[in-house]
Design a protein around this ligand. Structure first.
Ligand SMILES: CC(C)(COP(=O)(O)OP(=O)(O)OC[C@H]1O[C@@H](n2cnc3c(N)ncnc32)[C@H](O)[C@@H]1OP(=O)(O)O)[C@@H](O)C(=O)NCCC(=O)NCCS
Length: 161
């Protein structure tokens, strides 16, 4: 008997907020473009993307790159019309779970100045950019790319507790 690949599609309900890991490159690219971010030198097979959906509408994206016991949340974005409704918090909860499942102890994030408060409220503290570059050498080309074109801060939270 030959195996027939099955296409599994999660059923989504109108208005329901769902966060799930995605390998849909078109969706990821569209959300990154919507965020206005240029992400260079990211795209390793180890990168993990989480997408948030309200019903069938994609409303947010998070991207996580892992390096041994540290991970960098290099993008966290909620589409403007859907903010302040808990989407960002749900994505961040999914990111923490994904990071912990990968053995991550230190979770770093890059944030636009307008989002720094969100991270402070979520248990992150600001750190020097050099700490990020030491841990994730591929970020050494920033600030020309990444969130850098818009000016960003680096934050860290401890997941080992
Ligand atoms: C930061 C961001 C992810 C927050 O998403 P969100 O869905 O609006 O956040 P939530 O609704 O889950 O908010 C969670 C909490 O943080 C607070 N909060 C949200 N955004 C905030 C902000 N910019 N400043 C301060 N507090 C904020 C909310 O009031 C809420 O507090 P509460 O729990 O006391 O009610 C979103 O505003 C965003 O995408 N901003 C643009 C980021 C961007 O451009 N990223 C691309 C470059 S990396």
């Amino acid at each position: 008997m030959s195996a027939i690949p099955r296409k599994v599609r999660r059923r989504r309900y109108p208005g329901e907020l769902v966060v799930e890991q995605t390998r849909n490159a078109k969706l990821v690219d569209a959300m990154i473009a919507a965020a206005g971010v240029t992400i260079a030198e990211i795209g390793s097979a180890d990168d993990c993307f989480l997408a948030a959906f309200e019903g069938d509408d994609p409303v947010g994206i998070a991207g996580l790159a892992t390096e041994v016991d540290a991970a960098l949340l290099f993008i966290l974005f909620v589409v403007p019309g859907r903010r302040r409704r808990g989407v960002g918090a749900r994505l961040l909860a999914g990111v923490r779970e994904a990071a912990q499942a990968r053995g991550v102890r230190r979770l770093y994030a890059v944030a636009l100045e307008s989002s720094v408060d969100f991270f402070w409220r979520s248990g992150f503290a600001s750190v020097n950019q050099s700490e990020m570059v030491e841990t994730f050498s591929w970020t050494s080309t920033w600030p020309q790319t990444g969130c850098g074109s818009q000016g960003y801060s680096v934050l860290r939270t401890d997941l080992s507790a």
